[in-house]
Design a protein around this ligand. Structure first.
Ligand SMILES: [Zn+2]
Length: 221
């Protein structure tokens, strides 16, 4: 989330939601320029919000019908294999990117699974949008590269479930930071912490300044 705020698509926005879809699903939030952490730093467990309480899909948390049980990468693959009737060797190594690709090529089972996942993502996000009124939503993780097959469904669901005046100028985009977004987030956090801590900043920066000073002196010769 910090990486998106500092380096990514949310740089010019004060309120944003950052949904990462991988093995799990998590939501980072920035409101009025400040990150939202919550009492136990557990805010943003959108993956465990119920999007279909009557569904049989079991979540890793033990409940059924959570967003994660329907729209996380392994669960998209699981549903696709079940719908397409693929088992054993024919399903070996199939990942979520391939499900997206099959949907792109018109595979009906893949399209149905992504329709369900996209609608569930939009429904879960709609509650966050109705509550928090963000300017931008950034999606990242394993869904990168699936903007053509997934984003239109998420956008349609949000328009359907959210109060109209909250979606008028709401931007919904894919992250531009790539798959190492967590690493960039950690680096952003480390940099931010060091900027707030004078002794730590000197410890980190003094060797860098000396090294670069030496490099500059060598190249000047
Ligand atoms: Zn759950």
């Amino acid at each position: 989330m910090l990486a998106e705020r500092w380096l990514g698509r949310a740089q010019d926005h004060k309120s944003g939601l950052f949904l990462i879809i991988e093995r799990g699903i998590g939501l980072g939030m920035f409101l009025d320029g400040k990150p939202v952490g919550g009492w136990h730093a557990m805010a943003g467990e959108l993956g465990h919000c119920k999007v279909d309480p009557n569904a049989g899909d079991r979540c890793g948390c033990g409940a059924r019908g959570c967003l994660e049980a329907i729209a996380s990468s392994p669960n998209i693959v699981r549903q696709y294999l079940a719908r397409a009737g693929l088992r054993g060797r024919r399903s070996a190594g199939l990942g979520v990117k391939e499900v997206f690709e099959r949907a792109r090529q018109g595979d009906l089972a893949a399209m149905a699974v992504i329709e369900r996942a996209g609608d569930a993502i939009g429904l879960a996000l709609s509650h966050a949008v109705n509550l928090l009124n963000p300017e931008i939503i950034v999606l990242g993780g394993d869904v990168l590269g699936a903007e053509d097959v997934l984003l239109p469904i998420v956008r349609r669901a949000l328009r359907h479930y959210v109060l109209p005046n909250l979606t008028e100028d709401l931007k919904i985009v894919m992250s531009g930071l790539g798959l190492d977004i967590r690493l960039k987030g950690a680096a952003s956090l480390a940099l931010r912490k060091s900027l707030e801590d004078g002794p730590l900043l000197r410890t980190i920066c003094t060797p860098l300044v000396m090294r670069h000073g030496r490099v500059a002196a060598l190249t000047a010769r």
